[in-house]
Design a protein around this ligand. Sequence first.
Ligand code: MG
Length: 375
Amino acid sequence: MKFIYLLGSTGSIGMQTLEVVKKYKNEFKLIGCSLGTDDKKNMNILDEFQPEIASLRYRNQMDNYVDKYPNTKFVYGDHGLIQISQYPKKGLLINALSGSVGLKPTIEAIKTYKDIALANKETLVMAGDIVNQYVRQYNVKLYPIDSEHSALWQTIDHENKDYIKKMVITASGGSFRDLNRSQLKDVTIKEALKHPNWVMGAKITIDSATMMNKGLEVIEAHHLFNLDYENIETVLHKESVVHGLTYFIDGTIKAALSISDMKIPIAYALFYPKRIKHPNDLELNDLSFKPMDYERYPLLRLAFKVGKKGGLLPTVMNAANEAAVWLFLNEKISFLEIEDIVFDYVNRFDNVEEPTLDQIIATDQIIQDEIYKKY
Ligand code: MG
């Protein structure tokens, strides 16, 4: 029986993870999870999985739960996420939180010797060097759940890293891929949230439309696979069938293909190195690849630049983007203003090399607060 912790249970990745865990309940036991604001959804999870510890979003939710579930210990808020991470039983922690709030729980889970399956990109974008250091120090495993990185991981399993020439991450182009830049001026939230291939949370769907998501994934890949940015590329691939390709020095290219179903990378991380059955096969059809258009997607070009510079800059870019996307989703700014805000903060920032974890977390907070106050 494998012990499982799940942060972000009620989100898109969280719910799909629970489906896998439920289907294979003889192999997994959910020890701890963080819940959301929807009581019905939360209680369904508690009834089904009866975790030992659960974290609620807000303190005022506590009364509704404590008496009803006497066998579960309840905690709440951002500190509750830390308490789940630090729970003193080893296991695999799946971090499916959205945003910078995911960083600290990852670190705390590693420090209590838990393996990590990571769907939270921000963990590596903000603090990849520090996270990798902890992973080595505590000798735990770090598995990607992001579909592109899961694909790349599968292409290099049992391969000698010295033979890798470069890695290519595919991008669907997001919900506005058929629009040019001048057509982006008046797009609405509803239009932005319609991703052509994937059903995902709101934040990541907007990030796909701006291509910031691919930028974060490039930085994520740099840290996961210890690759220089010169050896990471992105390509437009509107079918979302090929998720990642690795080029080897002998001219061979290995790619991983699958249908667009996040349960595939989730199950791969949960069961690794075992594979389990999936009901649907991919039907092979025409596939198209186009060079990335950096004029059309300036945030992706920025992410390469920011990633190369490193230090605190990736945190600044991520924080500005996170706040800007929230503002867009709450109808405070237009779609293109997301880019303006991110560029403004990155361009104005005096970088700090080799920041501490506390500096990273403080910078994220300061920038996000400042942007929320301004608009
Ligand atoms: Mg992805």
